[in-house]
Design a protein around this ligand. Structure first.
Ligand SMILES: Nc1ncnc2c1ncn2[C@@H]1O[C@H](COP(=O)(O)OP(=O)(O)OP(=O)(O)O)[C@@H](O)[C@H]1O
Ligand SMILES: [Mg+2]
Length: 346
């Protein structure tokens, strides 16, 4: 007997982290969107957090990839193996039968790419797949009333990308996908360490340093941390102390570019919607919204009120959980994706 029957599940297929939600239980599965595989055979050795820990540590014949990182999918086989193992194991572990799957896909995929991933989900055990636009799920999870005849705006700053959307009457009135996100910030930290300290550091180290010391405005007290990498000069491993002022400086260029993108986006938003948004404020979601000082800096630079959603990295997953639990409440909302490829900038 199936424990949860063939009920509904929700899946946030993020470019960095994949979450699965169950009705009444919230987020019950979170793993990195990573796969480790053998170069020659393309056999998957590990998926999820275990694969992420291997990043930068694999022998020559192995590789770790985040298959949703690029704007378009290059390795369909790896996507398939990764989602198949997650979904199949999940369904088995929770004794689900064949559940209906509410699926939030990374923004910017072409209709063909979306369809291919949806078919992979059916292969992995889903009965049917209901695609939900990532921006819509994120706004619902951030508790924004997007069904009202007023302009509302959500900015989801994730790993590889940021999606900006203005909603009114259950539809996306305006949107933009930008390549700002955690990856770009990690790259800025790596670049800074190389230029200023002649130190080559790995992606996981850059991310850890960004999370510990990164800010968009200085902390009240300067924090510091030891960073290990490879010296460009001696070629040998070396550790050095970096402080939060340096990392804040390192993050400036991509942050500055993103402020300009937001500025232009708001300038081009029709005035009635823009004035509603000014009254209600702009919600920030996605893991990168956790960067210290983001809310205050944007409020100051853009001149409109911003606020970070609770547990911002979980808004998409929570939006899916809400849809599964109260489907009738969202009947008037257009859950699907407008085709957004022409809006991707890089
Ligand atoms: N406290 C923090 N400070 C700064 N960045 C953080 C923090 N916590 C997580 N991040 C960053 O958030 C990013 C992941 O965010 P999130 O989980 O929203 O991405 P995703 O949903 O997988 O990606 P996307 O929405 O682009 O598909 C990572 O780059 C991570 O480094
Ligand atoms: Mg996301």
């Amino acid at each position: 007997m199936a424990l949860f029957g063939s009920g509904d599940i929700g899946m946030d297929l993020g470019t960095s982290v994949i979450h699965i939600v169950l009705k009444g239980k919230g987020v019950v599965f979170s793993e990195s969107a990573c796969v480790a595989y053998e170069r020659e055979t393309r056999n998957v050795i590990a998926a999820g957090d275990r694969a992420k820990r291997m990043m930068g540590r694999t022998p020559r014949d192995m590789e770790v990839e985040r298959p949703f990182r690029e704007p378009h999918i290059r390795s369909f086989d790896l996507v398939n193996k990764m989602v198949n193992s997650f979904v199949r194991n999940f369904i088995k572990e929770w004794k689900m039968g064949r559940p209906r799957l509410f699926l939030a896909l990374p923004c910017g995929l072409t209709p063909t790419e979306r369809q291919t991933v949806i078919e992979m989900m059916v292969d992995a055990g889903a009965r049917t797949v209901v695609p939900v636009d990532e921006s819509v799920a994120s706004a619902i999870g951030a508790k924004i009333r997007i069904d009202q005849p007023y302009g509302r705006m959500n900015v989801d700053m994730g790993g590889a990308r940021t999606s900006i959307a203005v909603f009114s009457m259950g539809n996306q009135a305006k949107w933009r996908i930008d390549e700002f996100g955690g990856d770009r910030l990690d790259a800025a930290v790596m670049d800074y360490m190389r230029r200023k300290h002649n130190l080559i550091i790995g992606e996981n180290t850059a991310e850890r340093i960004k999370i510990m010391l990164g800010a968009v405005r200085p902390f009240d007290q300067t924090l510091q941390e030891e960073v290990f990498g490879r010296s460009l000069i001696s070629g040998l491993p070396r550790g050095l102390i970096v402080n939060s002022d340096e990392i804040t400086e390192a993050l400036q260029p991509p942050i500055h570019d993103f402020v300009n993108v937001l500025h232009r986006f708001i300038e081009q938003t029709p005035p009635e919607l823009a004035s509603d948004i000014f009254d209600a404020g702009i919600t920030l979601s996605g893991g990168s919204a956790r960067l210290y000082g983001m809310e205050e800096m944007l409020t100051e630079q853009i001149g409109m009120p911003f606020h970070v959603a609770d547990e911002p990295e979980l808004t998409v997953a929570r939006g899916l959980a809400e849809l599964i639990s109260n489907p009738d409440a969202y009947e008037k909302i257009n859950l699907g994706s407008p085709y957004k490829e022409d809006e991707v900038i890089g």
